[in-house]
Design a protein around this ligand. Structure first.
Ligand SMILES: Cc1ncc(COP(=O)(O)O)c(C=O)c1O
Length: 371
């Protein structure tokens, strides 16, 4: 089976250094807010070109605490997309605010800026675009709208660390960038992890306070916080990996380019397109095809794993029943949910494996039904 993702070759390529870094963190005996966390925060901020980075427990907490730090709460609205992982709207719900959806662009699968202004009300407190699959959202247009309305932009960068727009890293364009180090992400820890980045010292201080029980001075608590610290051992893992991120992202782009060439003649397959001025990082390589479920089964029968990210858009999920949406409200997201299929991608995927994926896809399409 060609897996959609294989993390073992990456560990093998780093093993002596990784084992040493993990053991050193264990031997060091400072397991919370230790030297690796502090160093990683500096290194991450510098790698992304941001003034501050705050290590957290997960990408979900990064979104949640970014919204808290912006004083977003009950009665407030946050504009976002229905075609994303549930953590995006979960964070909005956790702070007590309401997600207000706008549909996506059919080509980039990201927030359609043309839909945003019509959804802005006096209760709107932020715009929360997602850089889905590692493709940057149209931040030029979104920042212009945000500026016109005096709204902060919180970037969900969970799937897109390292991607750029006009040479600037995503996550450093809006007020706060939120990252996930879930193991499968382009920069993955060996457990959960996340971070916020921002140029605003007050937002950075507030997020830092919120992650540590709402206090800026130990045992003095100004507001209700949570415990959401990045783990010292995970920070050690991430410090070993961070210097390789750009190279791995480049390898993912090569994989994407090879897929584009291999798949271009297969009838009915729509390959990804890039927004001009952006350098995506292909967290996923996602095609679009009409008989998606049949093709998914056909690939499986031929030894190729593929995945559907995501089969049900968030406005139709039970968790958001209270928003009162129905089928047809966001047709582009709904169609994407029916037609997208992500193929195996990771930096070490070989040309031979890609040929096998392409051949399996060609056969699955030709058969029209699973073997
Ligand atoms: C788009 C998006 N947002 C947020 C998250 C949440 O990150 P985490 O799993 O680290 O909480 C994820 C990934 O899991 C994601 O894909």
């Amino acid at each position: 089976m060609i897996p959609i993702l294989d993390l073992k070759p990456q560990y093998a390529s780093l093993q002596p250094q990784m084992d040493e870094a993990i053991l050193a963190a264990v031997r060091g005996g400072q397991y919370i807010n230790g030297p690796n966390v502090k160093a990683f925060e500096k290194e991450l901020a510098s790698a992304l070109g941001s003034k501050h980075a705050i290590g957290l427990n997960s990408g979900t907490d990064a979104l949640h605490l970014a919204l808290r730090a912006l004083d977003i709460g009950p009665g407030d609205e946050v504009i976002t997309v229905p075609f994303t992982f549930v953590a995006t709207t979960e964070a909005i719900g956790i702070v007590g605010a309401t997600p207000v959806f706008v549909d996506i662009d059919p080509v980039t699968y990201n927030m359609d800026p043309q839909e945003v202004e019509a959804k802005i009300t006096p209760r709107t407190k932020a715009i929360l675009p997602v850089h889905l699959y590692g493709q940057p959202a149209d931040m030029d247009a979104l920042m212009a709208i945000a500026k016109r309305h005096g709204l902060p932009v919180v970037e969900d960068c969970a799937q897109a660390i390292g991607a750029t727009i006009h040479g600037k890293r995503i996550g450093t364009i809006g007020a706060v960038g939120c990252f996930s180090f879930f193991p499968s992400k382009n920069l993955g820890a060996y457990g959960d992890g996340g971070a916020c980045v921002t140029d605003d010292p007050e937002l950075a201080a507030r997020i830092t306070a919120l992650r540590g029980h709402g206090g800026r001075v130990k045992y003095y608590h100004e507001e209700l916080g949570i415990n959401s610290r990045l783990d010292e051992i995970q920070a050690a893992v991430l410090r070993v990996k961070l210097p390789h991120l750009d190279r791995w992202n480049e390898a993912r782009r090569e994989v994407a380019k090879r897929y584009n060439a291999l798949l271009k003649d297969i009838p009915g397959v729509m390959t990804p397109e890039e927004l001009s001025g952006t350098v995506p990082v292909y967290h996923q390589y996602t095609i679009r095809i009409k008989d998606r479920d049949g093709i998914h089964e056909g690939l499986k029968a031929r030894g190729v794993q593929s995945m559907v990210y995501y089969p049900v858009p968030l406005h139709l999920q039970k968790v958001h029943d209270d928003l009162g949406h129905q089928s047809g409200d966001f047709p582009i997201s709904e169609r994407a949910a029916r037609e997208v299929l992500s193929l195996p991608i990771f930096p070490e995927l070989t040309m031979e494996q890609q040929r096998e994926v392409a051949e399996a896809l060609r056969q699955a399409v030709e058969d029209g039904i699973p073997v």
